[in-house]
Design a protein around this ligand. Structure first.
Ligand code: UD2
Length: 313
């Protein structure tokens, strides 16, 4: 029997897509852990009944519970996606942010060492770059975290890479840029802009554009992110380090709006509001390091993915 891989945050937006990608490879067993704090069991509807999938309802930060999971399943690798995902929540709840975004990664890394699990792939964020002026963001840039969230993600990267250097753990820290796609929760004003816009256009409601709409983002489709995660977990010979997960292409909000207006003709005009405090004008990643290491390039054409998202039920 092959050793399974463990996915934390399996019922989340990125987690559920990653589980599907892994199971789609065939011959891979996946143990999915989630405490359903922000994840949703419905996200796993397509995989719950598959024989290669094991569902575990647990808090991935509960070391005792997770030791039992490691003991039982002896995972060959861990994809650690469980996290506090909201930047505003990290400002309101810094202690919780510390626990979920830093202490949990540390605890899982130590369990990997204890149970001879060689590789840990960690969900980091482009937020670690903060207000850097130089674009595109390269992994070698000095990080300037601007939130408790970004600080904890960066600290977790450092812990994991320290364990890599000290004990030979393979720690692969993936810095996601703006991820979008089906199952992203649009319910908060701080949800991903594409999830909010999709929902509002579908309901015939006006969207709000903060600022002049000329801000740009490096939007990457969740199915590409799932593939990057899976390859990072499975490929032999991936070096420990930090890697951007991005497309290398900048798309403005005005361009996004033009695509939506074609998809939903007759929608009400956008409303405009002042730019958000702390909003970054342009965010763009350099995808080169991950391309060199994994042969990974984002493949999903943006306009087509938005069209699919618009029709996703
Ligand atoms: C992303 C992350 C955030 C943090 C940050 C670091 C998401 C959802 N957020 O924020 O967690 O890592 O990067 O830089 O991935 N906007 C509108 N109307 C709306 C909603 C948003 O105009 O209804 C604008 C917003 O002001 C911003 C852009 O759209 O200029 C993208 O907003 P976002 O919240 O999707 O993502 P971002 O890059 O600000």
């Amino acid at each position: 029997m092959t050793q399974p891989v463990l996915v934390t945050g399996a019922a989340g937006f990125i987690g559920s897509h990653s589980v599907e990608w892994l199971l789609g490879q065939g011959g891979v067993r996946v143990v999915g852990v989630d405490n359903l704090r922000t994840g949703r069991l419905e996200n796993l509807a397509a995989v719950r009944a598959l024989p290669d999938f094991e569902w575990v309802l647990a808090d991935a930060g509960d070391e005792t519970a997770m030791r039992a999971v490691f003991q039982k399943y002896r995972p060959a690798g861990v994809l650690h996606l469980a996290a506090l995902v909201s930047v505003p929540e990290s400002f309101r709840e810094p202690a919780l942010n510390y626990r979920l975004n830093l202490a949990m990664a540390d605890s899982l890394a130590r369990l990997c060492l204890e149970f001879d699990c060689r590789r840990l792939v960690f969900a980091s964020s482009a937020a670690v770059y903060g207000a850097t002026e130089v674009l595109p963001n390269r992994e070698s840039a000095t990080p300037q975290p601007q939130s408790p969230y970004a600080a904890a993600k960066l600290a977790a990267e450092i812990m994991l890479l320290g364990y890599a250097a000290s004990y030979g753990l393979e720690a692969i820290c993936l810095r996601y840029f703006n991820v979008y796609g089906p199952r992203q929760d649009p319910s908060s004003p701080y949800s991903g802009v594409l999830s909010i816009f999709t929902e509002r256009f579908r309901c015939g409601l006006p969207v709000t554009v903060y600022g002049d709409g000329e801000q740009t983002r490096d939007f990457i489709a969740v199915r590409d992110v799932a593939r990057a995660n899976g390859e990072a977990l499975n490929r032999p010979g991936v070096a420990s380090g930090r890697y951007n997960v991005c497309t290398g292409r900048a798309v403005s909000l005005n361009r996004v709006l033009a695509i939506y207006r074609e998809l939903f003709p007759g929608s009400p005009p956008s409303e405009h509001a002042a730019a958000r405090i702390g909003d970054i004008r342009h965010s763009l990643g350099d995808p080169e390091a991950l391309r060199r290491m994994l042969g990974f390039t984002a493949e999903t054409p943006f306009a087509r993915a938005l069209r699919e998202l618009a029709h996703w039920a």
